[in-house]
Ligand binder design. Structure first.
Ligand SMILES: NC(=O)c1ccc[n+]([C@@H]2O[C@H](COP(=O)([O-])OP(=O)(O)OC[C@H]3O[C@@H](n4cnc5c(N)ncnc54)[C@H](OP(=O)(O)O)[C@@H]3O)[C@@H](O)[C@H]2O)c1
Length: 334
C-alpha cells in the first residue's frame, strides 16, 4: 500500500517554535475520487503567508488551518494517478495541497495547472515563473502602475517576491531601491540583479537613506510593514503609491501588524495605499505567465533558490524563510 508523509498542525505556534506545533505523520495515500488527481510532490514551496493561517486569526484572507489537519502549501510535482480528463499520469503540475510527499486534490479547488517542461530548471515554476513572479508583476503593473523613469522601493528585496519585483522594475526602466537584512543580500541586489541602491535595514538608518532620494519614492512595493513602512511614508513623492503585498513583520502575531505611526503622510503627500492580492486578478482571468516567460527567456529575470532536502527538514526550511536567512525562493526538494 502506498503511504504518504505529511506535516500536521497540532497547535498554534509560539513565535518560530514550529517543532512544538507540527508533527510529521504517515498515512495511506487516498486514491483519487472521480474528478480528482493524485500528485507526487518533487518540490514544496515555503510561503510566509501560511504563517498567518497557523494562527487563530479569523480576519485574514484565508481561514485558520484547523488543528489536527495537514499543513497547507504549494507543491510542484508529477501526476501519479488521474481521475480527471484534464490531467494524465506524468504531467508536471503545480497547485495547492499539503506539506506532504503526496496530495490528492480537486484541480479546481487546488488551482492545479500543467507546467511547461521546456524551462531550463523546473524549480523556476516556483520562482520567477511561479506565483511570486505573478504577484510581483501584478503588484507593479496592475496595482502600482509603475512607469519608466519612476523611483520604485522594494522591501524584503532579496527574498523570492522582492527580488523578482526588483528585476521587473529595473527591466521597465525604473530606478530601483531595495531594502534587505544583510550586506551580502545588498551586494547581490546591486551586483547580480543590477538595481541602483540597496539599504541594509539592520545596520543603516533606512529613513535617513530614503530622505536622500531625489524627488522621493513614486511607488513602494511593501513586503514587510511596521518599521519599514514608517521609514518610507515621509519619503514618498507627492501622489506616491504604496502596494501592500505582505506585512511579514506582523505574521507571528495573533492580532496582526500594528498600523503605521506616520499615517498622516497619506494626507500630507496625497498617497494611495492598496493591497496586492493575486487571486483577485486571477479571478478576472489575468495571465502573468507570458510576460514573465519573455523576460525569463531573454535572461532578464533570474531566480535564486534556498533549497533544503527532505520532507523531514520542512520546518528547518520554513524557519529559514521566516527568520530572513534566505536569499531568493525557499523550497524543499523531496
Ligand atoms: N499578496 C500576495 O498575493 C502575496 C503573494 C506572495 C507573497 N506575498 C508576501 O510577500 C512577502 C515576501 O514573501 P516571499 O515568499 O517572497 O518571502 P521572502 O521574501 O523570500 O522571505 C521573507 C523575507 O522577509 C524579510 N523580512 C523582513 N523583515 C522581516 C521580519 N520582521 N521577519 C521575518 N522576515 C523579514 C527577510 O529578509 P531580510 O529581513 O533579510 O530582508 C526574509 O528573507 C511576504 O510578506 C508574503 O506574505 C504576498
Amino acid at each position: 500500500m502506498l503511504t504518504r508523509q505529511f506535516w500536521r498542525l497540532d497547535a498554534r505556534p509560539d513565535d518560530h517554535d514550529y517543532a512544538a506545533a507540527l508533527a510529521l505523520v504517515e498515512e495511506p495515500v487516498r486514491d483519487p475520487a472521480p474528478g480528482e488527481v493524485l500528485v507526487e510532490a518533487r518540490y514544496l514551496s515555503m510561503d510566509p503567508g501560511v504563517r498567518v493561517w497557523m494562527t487563530a486569526r479569523e480576519d485574514g484572507y484565508s481561514p485558520p488551518i484547523p488543528l489536527g489537519t495537514p499543513m497547507q502549501g504549494q507543491f510542484l510535482g508529477r501526476v501519479l494517478q488521474s481521475a480527471h480528463t484534464g490531467f494524465a499520469a506524468g504531467d508536471l503540475v503545480r497547485g495547492f495541497g499539503h506539506w506532504a510527499t503526496h496530495s490528492t486534490v480537486d484541480p479546481a479547488l487546488s488551482g492545479l495547472a500543467k507546467m511547461d517542461e521546456d524551462v531550463a530548471d523546473i524549480r523556476d515554476h516556483f520562482g520567477v515563473l511561479g506565483l511570486n513572479g505573478w504577484t510581483a508583476l501584478c503588484g507593479l503593473t496592475d496595482v502600482l502602475g509603475i512607469r519608466a523613469g519612476e523611483t520604485v522601493l522594494v522591501s524584503a528585496a532579496a527574498g523570492a517576491t522582492g527580488s523578482i519585483a526588483c528585476q521587473i522594475a529595473r527591466n521597465m526602466g525604473c530606478r530601483v531601491i531595495g531594502i534587505a537584512g544583510s550586506d551580502d543580500k545588498c551586494a547581490w541586489l546591486t551586483s547580480t540583479l543590477g538595481i541602483d541602491t540597496a539599504i541594509n535595514y539592520k545596520t543603516q538608518d533606512v529613513a535617513a537613506e530614503l530622505a536622500k532620494v531625489e524627488g522621493g519614492i513614486n511607488a513602494y512595493f511593501e513586503n514587510v510593514g511596521g518599521t519599514l513602512l514608517d521609514a518610507a511614508l515621509p519619503n514618498m513623492a507627492m501622489h506616491g503609491r504604496i502596494g501592500i503585498c505582505g506585512l511579514i513583520e506582523g505574521y507571528t502575531s495573533e492580532t496582526g501588524a500594528p498600523g503605521p505611526a506616520r499615517f498622516d503622510q497619506v494626507l500630507m503627500k496625497r498617497l494611495t495605499i492598496r493591497g496586492i492580492f493575486l487571486p483577485d486578478f486571477m479571478a478576472e482571468g489575468r495571465d502573468y505567465y507570458p510576460p514573465l516567460r519573455a523576460m525569463y527567456d531573454a535572461g532578464r529575470l533570474v531566480g535564486e533558490f534556498d533549497e533544503t532536502q527532505g520532507i523531514e527538514h520542512v520546518l528547518h526550511a520554513f524557519t529559514r524563510l521566516m527568520t530572513g536567512r534566505n536569499t531568493g525562493k525557499v523550497i524543499v526538494k523531496l
